[in-house]
Design a protein around this ligand. Sequence first.
Ligand code: GLN
Length: 483
Amino acid sequence: MIDSSLTELAAALAGRQISSVELTRQALARIAAQKDLNAFITVDEAGALKAAQSADERLARSEGGPLVGIPLAHKDVFCTEGLATTCGSRMLANFVSPYDAQVVSLLRAAGAVCVGKTNMDEFAMGSSNENSYFGPVKNPWDPGRIPGGSSGGSAVAVAAGMVPIATGTDTGGSIRQPASLCGVTGIKPTYGVVSRYGMVAYASSLDQGGAFARSAQDCALLLSAMAGFDPRDSTSLDRAAEDYSRDLDQPLTGLRIGLPKEFFAEGLATDVRAALDGALAEYRRLGATLIEVSLPNARLAIPAYYVIAPAEASSNLSRFDGVRYGHRAAEYGDLQDMYRRSRAEGFGAEVKRRILIGTYVLSHGYYDAYYIQAQKLRRLIAQDFAAALNECDVIAGPVSPTTAWRIGEKSDDPVQMYLSDIYTIAVNLAGLPGLSLPAGAGADGLPVGLQLIGNYFAEARLLNVAHQFQLATDWHRRRPPVV
Ligand code: GLN
């Protein structure tokens, strides 16, 4: 049952073919059976069964919407009252938040049953999920490989059928890239659509919460429940609530898909390219026209991002000083020594690297040379997208240059790791919505995702374009061998 779509699950729950408690037990059993994938940092069995019980009471009163009684997992970057929120870090290993993130309260109110918190790269910094204090997450398609990051645990939880839906965050690709490498659907909405209240900050001008599910149809249901204006987040956009499912059934006849020529050039693995070509041919059969567009400054996205994101991170992470909350060294001399030791022990290598870079690019004399320049590149990149989206309705391209790589393969070379985000990062710099959908398989049978990028607030359109593809193909239905 747990493998059915959200719509099927909601119907089964409403029709009493299954109870939320039974469904939740199935999810918990899957999580336990696939413990080796290390997808979860915290499993909340007692809390989940209690929530499932109240969901069953709601169902008995025929109350609520499509998420009542549905098991769900939250990326461990979202604060959950009474349950550990670690952010994948030793710094927060024992932190229990006194309040819920807005996303968590919204989904709680919608009746979804939180089964636990998923593993992630420390403070959402990474592309492989190898930067977690709680150990790497494994790809269910081949446990010797990475699942992508930083929301790897959420992607794996959905791919391996532990839960039908999960939340994630995307600062430079952390929803789209693991979705692509694990063969699930993931959407990062327009910046400001999902509240960042209670979402541990990495790079505040780029961080955005979003949804993982097996299909675009299910992502639309989850996103509709997560999104919305929140006065407690100063960058939340004050817009009317949306039903992201509203356009799913629109035909694609006449749709103009723009293919950035810079995305289909050197650096894209031939097997990924072949899979994407197959998917684009399917879009042509569905009535779309493919046109070439250009994003001339997209190649500057990585250098711009690796100035801006570390700059913001160095500021955001200064709150972890061992005084108010988080890890405090057991032994220290004076106050300065306590800060130093607590931070030295609490943060992992990648987080420290970024704090150092960020502090450097913001320091006197370097601020103009790096930070201001990066902000100018950010503007140019946004203008490129605006021009391209004048010529087409949606942009399509790769998510990741290769399929999932082997655990350890890029761990010693941070720059190699950073380059793997070449197709996703520009979207965050521009604040646009992006989606990844399962679109084919690589030479090794591993999943390949297709990225769809839309204009601001085009989430419903992106989900429509993905859904029509999923009606015509079965890539999103293929399950990894462990399931
Ligand atoms: N891989 C990118 C980074 O390491 C993006 C991570 C993210 O989107 N959170 O920063």
